[in-house]
Design a protein around this ligand. Structure first.
Ligand SMILES: [Zn+2]
Length: 198
């Protein structure tokens, strides 16, 4: 069997990027080799370094280089509020909207039985443990307003309420099917302020 050339391997490796088809992988590989070798070297080094150093925060799941992330260890955050989001990108959106002073839990996904993503995959056990540790007074469910996001919020709401916690859902200022990532900060801030009991 023929060993793939380095170029073939680069093109094949680029296919792991979201939305990268065979044609664009080819174009990207040629671009990096012909026009931006410095950029390519930097990308390779950054990838290697991130893979070696970045891990998930023991408390919120978000990416960090320390055991517990800066946000979770900040004395300026209110430990009585715990906001549940789907992804680290959603956490970032919430932070940019500057509407929230509590802590977070990142699910790293949503319930999606057809894709084999159940409660275990989104760390429900850890969320429940974290929420019942004693300091949390209110859990705010800020999953997306997609079918999966709503189903996940419903599931988590039941589980959290069964443990005696106050649960709220961010308001429907967001469009149906809306993803946090795609709304402006003002809309997101209003959705958090106008959250309702869930
Ligand atoms: Zn954290």
């Amino acid at each position: 069997m023929k060993v793939p050339s380095s170029l073939d391997e680069l093109i094949a490796a680029l296919r792991c990027l979201p939305g990268m088809g065979p044609k664009s992988a080819q174009r990207t590989a040629y671009h990096l080799l012909q026009r931006d070798q410095a950029g390519a070297a930097r990308l390779a080094a950054a990838l290697t370094q991130a893979l070696a150093r970045v891990r998930q925060c023991e408390q919120c799941n978000s990416y960090t280089e320390t055991a517990v992330c800066e946000l979770c260890s900040s004395p300026r955050r209110d430990p009585a509020l715990l906001c549940v989001v789907e992804t680290p990108g959603d956490l970032l959106m919430m932070e940019q909207a500057q509407c929230y002073q509590g802590l977070y839990f990142v699910l790293m996904g949503v319930l999606s039985p057809l894709d084999g993503i159940g409660p275990r995959e989104i760390h429900v056990d850890r969320l429940l443990r974290r929420a019942t540790e004693g300091r949390v007074r209110e859990v705010i469910l800020a999953t997306n307003f997609t079918v999966e996001g709503e189903a996940t919020a419903h599931y988590l709401g039941e589980a959290l309420r069964a443990r005696g916690l106050a649960v709220s859902r961010i308001a429907r200022g967001l469009p149906v099917g809306g993803e946090l990532e795609h709304v402006d900060s003002g809309t997101l801030a209003r959705a958090v302020l106008e959250r309702r009991e869930a």
